[in-house]
Design a protein around this ligand. Structure first.
Ligand code: GLN
Ligand code: ZN
Length: 769
C-alpha cells in the first residue's frame, strides 16, 4: 500500500477570535441586536477566509495543511450541535438561537456548564448526554465550511473534537441512571461521524483531523486505559468507512505514550503526538510503517521563540521509527497563544524591545513549523541559517540584563523552611481576636467593588494621556472614599478599598514588578467571546517599589474599621501569565513570593491588621497527571507560605479561592495556613462545609453566601438560611460572612441591596448565637 501524503508542515489549530478580536465584536453585536444573523454569518466567513489567507502567506501552502479550526464559540459545543445532542430544555430552537442558548442560556433554560479544557485556561461547554439524548449527524456545518473554503481556493483540513474525547468530556444528563456513562453512547457517535466522513469524502476533503486529548489525560471520570480501549474500537470502525478522507488523530496536552501503540493498529493514516513522546518507541516493536507521524515539535502553548536546533534533533530522532512519513507540527492547537508579535508597538518604552525577538506568537510559530518542514524535506543544510539565528536569539536572551539578577537568585537560594512557617495558629488566633475586636460572624467582601463605566473611562483616558497622573490618582482616591463610606454606611465589619486602580488582578502587579512585560494586543480566548491578555514573565522578578501600600493606607486613613490589604498570590500570578521556560517553576514562584513578601511586610508596617492574598488559580493549575500533583502542590503551597509567613502572629492572613470543588486539594488548602479562607458556597448551598469540617480544618472560613455571577439580589431570609447552614456545619466562631467573589462585574444597585441584606442576615444569626 502506498501511504497517502500528509502535508510536511501543519499546525493543529489557529486562534479564531480575530487578530483584533473581530469575532468577539461581531458576536456581541449580534447579541445586542446591533447586527442581524446574515451580518454575523458574513463576519464569520470573513474571519475564516482571512485566517486561511494568512496561513497560506505564512507558508502553509500544501493541500490540507491549513486546519479548518474555526469555532463561533467553542469546539465542543460545535460537536454537540453537529450531533444534535441537545438537552431537552432547548427543544425547538435552531441555528444561532440554539447555539447561543446552549452557550449562554435564555429566559427559560440555563446554559450548559462550562469547565476547563484540559490543563489550559480555555473553557468548553460540557455536553449533557443521557441514554435518550438524540445523537446523529444533525448539522452539516463542517461540510459547508470545507466547501466554502474550497470555493475560495483553499484546500483545508476539517478539524473536530474526536468521538471518545467528546463523550469523555460530557456529563451524564440529569435523570440518567446511576450506572450510565456518556461513553455508553460511543457507537451512536461513531455512526454519526462515519456518516460525516462519507459526506466529507463526497465534498472532496483529502484529510480530516480528530482531536483525542482525552487519551492523554488522567483527570477524567473514565480511566485512561478504558478510554484507549474505547478509542481503539471507535477508530477501527471509522477507519473502515469507505469512501472517506484520510484521517489524522491527534493526542495533545498530556502523555500520549499509552495511546500511540493502540492508534497505530486502527487503520487511521496519521497520528499526531509530541515528538518527545514518539521518539522513545524506537526499537519498541511498535509498527509505524503504515502511519504518518505528525510530530509536535513547536510548543503550542508557550510564547517563546523555539530552539530550532533542538527541534531538528527531535525530528531526526524519529527516523528509527520507520514511519510511513514524518510531518512537522505544533504540540497543540495555537488557540492558546496570541496571533502575532509584529502588531505590538516595539518602540514603546514600556515594552522591553529585547523581547521582540524572544517571542513567538501563533504566526511566528507557523513560520517555525514551515522552516523545520523545509529542513526535513529538503535537507537540514538548507535551514542552517535559520537554526543558527534561533540559537543566537536564545543565547542573547540568556545573557540579557534582567533575565538573571544575582540578588534575586541569591535570595531564593537562601530560602529555608523557617521563612515559610508562621507560629502555630493556636498562638495567632487569640492575638488576632484581641487586636481586631470583631463581632462573631464578621462581614466582609472579597476585594473589588463595581468597576463602573466611569472608572474604566478614566483609566482609558489616563492611558491615552488625556488626563495627567494627578488627575487619575485623584479620581481613584475619590472612588476609594466612596467605597469606604458606602461600607461604613452599610455597617460592614472588615472593609476593602475596592480595587478601582486595578485593570486586572494579575496585570496590575505585572506592570509594577520587574521581570514582567504586558502586551497591548496579546489577547487569547478564555471562553466564547471572553478574552484575556496574559502578562509575560520573562526575567527574574523583583519588587523595586511598593505595589499597593499607598492605596491601602489611604483607604485606612478614612475609617476606624480594619481595611484589608489586597494582593494576588504567586500561584495565580503565574497561572494567568505566560511564564519563562528557562527556569524551574518552583524558583519562579519563589521569586514572585519574595516580592509579595516584601509588600506584605510593608503593608504590615503601615498598620494593616488583615492582608488577603488571593489564589483563585490554585485548583485550576493542578496538573492533569496524578504523579505530578505532589510536586505542584509543594511549590504552589510553598510559595504562598513564603509570601505570607512574614506576617506577625497578630496580622491576619486571608486567602480567597473562587471555587468550591477542592476535594483533590483540600490538604493543600489547609497547608496554606491562612487564618481565614473564603470560598464559593452559595450555589452549592453550603454543602462543602461538612467536608472541610471532616477534614479537620480549624481556621476561619468565609463560605460565600452571595453568588456574584448573577445580578439577582438574595433576600435577607435566604442569606440568613445560608449562614445558619454554615454555623450548623462549622463552629460559629470560625465563620465569616461574605460574597462568593469580587464585585467588579456587578453594578451598584444590586451590590448595595445585597450587602444590606447580607449585613442584616449576619446580625440576625449573630443575635441568636
Ligand atoms: N480580590 C479580587 C476581587 O475581589 C479577587 C478576584 C478573584 O478571586 N477572581 O476582585
Ligand atoms: Zn473569586
Amino acid at each position: 500500500m502506498t501511504s497517502p501524503r500528509f502535508p510536511s508542515a501543519t499546525i493543529l489549530g489557529y486562534p479564531r477570535i480575530g487578530p483584533s478580536r473581530e469575532l468577539k465584536r461581531a458576536v456581541e453585536s449580534y447579541w445586542a441586536g446591533k447586527i442581524d444573523a446574515d451580518e454575523l454569518r458574513s463576519a464569520e466567513r470573513g474571519l475564516r477566509l482571512a485566517s486561511y489567507k494568512r496561513l497560506r502567506e505564512l507558508g502553509l501552502t500544501e493541500a490540507a495543511s491549513i486546519p479548518e479550526s474555526f469555532s463561533l464559540y467553542d469546539q465542543v459545543l460545535d460537536v454537540t450541535v453537529l450531533l444534535g445532542a441537545i438537552p431537552e430544555r432547548f427543544a425547538g430552537r435552531t441555528g444561532y438561537d440554539l447555539y447561543f442558548s446552549l452557550a449562554r442560556g435564555n429566559d427559560t433554560a440555563p446554559p450548559q456548564e462550562m469547565t476547563k479544557w484540559f490543563d489550559t485556561n480555555y473553557h468548553y461547554l460540557v455536553p449533557e448526554i443521557g441514554p435518550e439524548t438524540p445523537i446523529g449527524l444533525a448539522d452539516r456545518g463542517v461540510v459547508e465550511r470545507f466547501a466554502e473554503a474550497r470555493e475560495a481556493g483553499f484546500d483545508v483540513r476539517p478539524t473536530l473534537v474526536g468521538p471518545v474525547t467528546y463523550l469523555a468530556l460530557a456529563k451524564a444528563a440529569d435523570g440518567a441512571p446511576a450506572e450510565f456513562s456518556p461513553l455508553d453512547r460511543l457507537d451512536d457517535v461513531v455512526d454519526a461521524y462515519a456518516e460525516l466522513l462519507g459526506e466529507l469524502a463526497a465534498a472532496g476533503a483529502e484529510w480530516v483531523q480528530f482531536d483525542e486529548p482525552a487519551l492523554t489525560s488522567d483527570n477524567l471520570p473514565a480511566a485512561r486505559s478504558d478510554l484507549i480501549a474505547a478509542a481503539f474500537r471507535a477508530w477501527q470502525q471509522l477507519a473502515a468507512v469507505d469512501p472517506r478522507p484520510n484521517i489524522l488523530v491527534t493526542t495533545p496536552y498530556g502523555d500520549a505514550s499509552q495511546a500511540i501503540p493502540a492508534l497505530t493498529q486502527t487503520g487511521v493514516e496519521a497520528i499526531h503526538a509530541a515528538a518527545g513522546q514518539l521518539a522513545p518507541f524506537a526499537g519498541s516493536g511498535v509498527d509505524f510503517s503504515e502511519v504518518v507521524l505528525v510530530a509536535g515539535v513547536i510548543d503550542g502553548r508557550n510564547i517563546w521563540t523555539a530552539d530550532l536546533g533542538r527541534a531538528e534533533r527531535s525530528l531526526q530522532a524519529l527516523e528509527p521509527l520507520g514511519a510511513a512519513g514524518v510531518s512537522v507540527s505544533t504540540t497543540t492547537s495555537l488557540q492558546h497563544v496570541p496571533y502575532n508579535t509584529e502588531v505590538e508597538k516595539w518602540d514603546d518604552p514600556e515594552l522591553d524591545a529585547n523581547l521582540h525577538e524572544w517571542l513567538a506568537f501563533a504566526d511566528q510559530k507557523v513560520r517555525e513549523v514551515v522552516v523545520l518542514a523545509a529542513g526535513l524535506t529538503e535537507g537540514w543544510g538548507t535551514i542552517a541559517d535559520e537554526v543558527r539565528r534561533s540559537e543566537d536569539i536564545l543565547a542573547r536572551r540568556s545573557r540579557s540584563a534582567g533575565v538573571v539578577r544575582e540578588d534575586v537568585r541569591d535570595r531564593v537560594a537562601a530560602v529555608d523552611e523557617s521563612l515559610r512557617t508562621r507560629v502555630e495558629y493556636a498562638e495567632r488566633e487569640p492575638k488576632q481576636r484581641e487586636r481586631l475586636g470583631l463581632p462573631p460572624l464578621p462581614t466582609t467582601t472579597i476585594g473589588s467593588f463595581p468597576q463602573t463605566p466611569q472608572i474604566r473611562k478614566t483609566r482609558a483616558a489616563f492611558n491615552r494621556g488625556e488626563i495627567d497622573e494627578a488627575g487619575y490618582l485623584e479620581a481613584i482616591r475619590a472612588e476609594i472614599a466612596d467605597v469606604i463610606a458606602l461600607q461604613e454606611g452599610l455597617d460592614v465589619d472588615v472593609l476593602v478599598h475596592g480595587e478601582p486602580e486595578r485593570n486586572d488582578m494579575v496585570q496590575y502587579f505585572a506592570e509594577l514588578l520587574e521581570g514582567f512585560a504586558v502586551t497591548s494586543q496579546g489577547w487569547v480566548q478564555s471562553y466564547g467571546t471572553r478574552c484575556t491578555r496574559p502578562s509575560i514573565l520573562w526575567g527574574d522578578v523583583a519588587r523595586t517599589k511598593p505595589l499597593t501600600t499607598e492605596w491601602t493606607a489611604y483607604a485606612q486613613s478614612l475609617t476606624d474599621r480594619p481595611v484589608k490589604g489586597m494582593l494576588t498570590g504567586p500561584v495565580t500570578i503565574l497561572a494567568w501569565s505566560f511564564v519563562r521556560d528557562d527556569l524551574p517553576i518552583a524558583q519562579v514562584a519563589d521569586q514572585v513570593a519574595l516580592a509579595l513578601r516584601d509588600e506584605i511586610a510593608d503593608l504590615q508596617a503601615g498598620g494593616a491588621a488583615i492582608i488577603q492574598v488571593d489564589e483563585p488559580a490554585l485548583r485550576e493549575r493542578l496538573p492533569l497527571a496524578e504523579e505530578e500533583h505532589e510536586a505542584y502542590l509543594a511549590w504552589a503551597v510553598g510559595s504562598f507560605r513564603l509570601a505570607t509567613a512574614v506576617a506577625e502572629p497578630s496580622t491576619q492572613i486571608h486567602t480567597h479561592l473562587c471555587y468550591s470543588e477542592f476535594g483533590q486539594i483540600i490538604d493543600a488548602i489547609d497547608a496554606l495556613d491562612a487564618d481565614v479562607t473564603s470560598i464559593e458556597a452559595a450555589r452549592s448551598r453550603m454543602e462543602i462545609l461538612p467536608e472541610l469540617a471532616e477534614h479537620g480544618y480549624v481556621r476561619g472560613i468565609g463560605p460565600g453566601v452571595w453568588d456574584i455571577h448573577s445580578p439577582r439580589v438574595p433576600s435577607t431570609e435566604e442569606l440568613t438560611e445560608l449562614i445558619e447552614a454554615a454555623v450548623a456545619a462549622i463552629p460559629a466562631s470560625r465563620v465569616w460572612v461574605n460574597p462568593d467573589c469580587g464585585l467588579k462585574t456587578r453594578a451598584y444597585p444590586e451590590t448595595k441591596a445585597t450587602l444590606e441584606n447580607l449585613v442584616s442576615a449576619a446580625k440576625a444569626v449573630r443575635g441568636r448565637l
